[in-house]
Ligand binder design. Sequence first.
Ligand SMILES: Nc1ncnc2c1ncn2[C@@H]1O[C@H](COP(=O)(O)OP(=O)(O)OP(=O)(O)O)[C@@H](O)[C@H]1O
Ligand SMILES: [Mg+2]
Length: 328
Amino acid sequence: MNGRVAEANGRPEGRPSRQINVIIRNQEPPVLSSAVPEKEPVPVQKSVVQHTLYQEIEKELDNLVGLESIKEFVFEIYALLQIAHMRQDAGLACGGQVYHMVFKGNPGTGKTTVARIIAKLFQKMGVLSKGHLIEVERADLVGEYIGHTAQKTRDLVKKALGGILFIDEAYSLARGGEKDFGKEAIDTLVKAMEDHKNQFVLILAGYSDEIDYFLQTNPGLPSRFPIQVEFPDYSVDQLIQISELMAKERDYILMPQAIMRLRQHLLQEKNESEHAFSNARYVRNTIEKSIRNQAVRLLHLYSNTNPGKLELMTLRTEDFKLDNKGTF
Ligand SMILES: Nc1ncnc2c1ncn2[C@@H]1O[C@H](COP(=O)(O)OP(=O)(O)OP(=O)(O)O)[C@@H](O)[C@H]1O
Ligand SMILES: [Mg+2]
């Protein structure tokens, strides 16, 4: 994608052929003269507006810890769309880009969150009319009798038109093999991608190896999903940053001892459960549980008085009652 941008920006700079270019362009005054008058005011105005739009997206991305390559990817999409607008204004070929994508990663690595941001970006940039996200899984698509699945899937696609259809654990659609209704869902989706070209974006999500297997089950699939995005597991440091962020969003602070306790626990959980470890989702559940524990602790401690603002905000070690099985 970067290549395209460079091509569009770099084209007029070819030094050795500059003279020839001038001659050729002079031979085609109508094409140039129709593009030139609009060139000055229109793109400048648009780029200011669009850039303001990206700042909103950027702000949302900035709230996410890590995910550097994904932030770059979102900017790449924005750049492509922005340049496509400019190319359209200049009368150049644009469009034809396929935006269906695959998100590979373990649970809780930010896939749904990023899909929502991308939906918003597509809406702001005029690719999608509504920019909503419909998140589904196998049970939402697959029915109980022949024909039921196709109907259910078509209904969901209809709901997703103008937005993103996000299929979590997409692999499970291929799990049952040829006779499974999941296959009917895949076939219906493939058809819908043709019938409603550019009217919705399909994102398939799941574990990396399972998604790879899934794409192989239907020869038409890999080429329909040209964009593949990897969501890496968070490091323990990143999980701690996410914990602090989640606590802050809820007007809580973590005591240093509580952070140490949590760090130790996350390290252990991450090492022991690996595939099943649900990254930021695990952290969110842990913070929310500790908030409930704190409420009970404070109520016992201050039965007749108000604990005061600071105490109401503070999560202490004893609020993190963590065992090694991820239960509380
Ligand atoms: N990088 C991050 N920074 C801050 N919060 C994050 C980050 N990634 C995820 N979260 C938060 O963690 C929770 C889970 O994220 P999300 O639902 O996007 O993950 P997911 O990959 O879709 O998970 P699953 O596979 O379980 O559906 C959300 O509350 C989200 O806001
Ligand atoms: Mg999700």
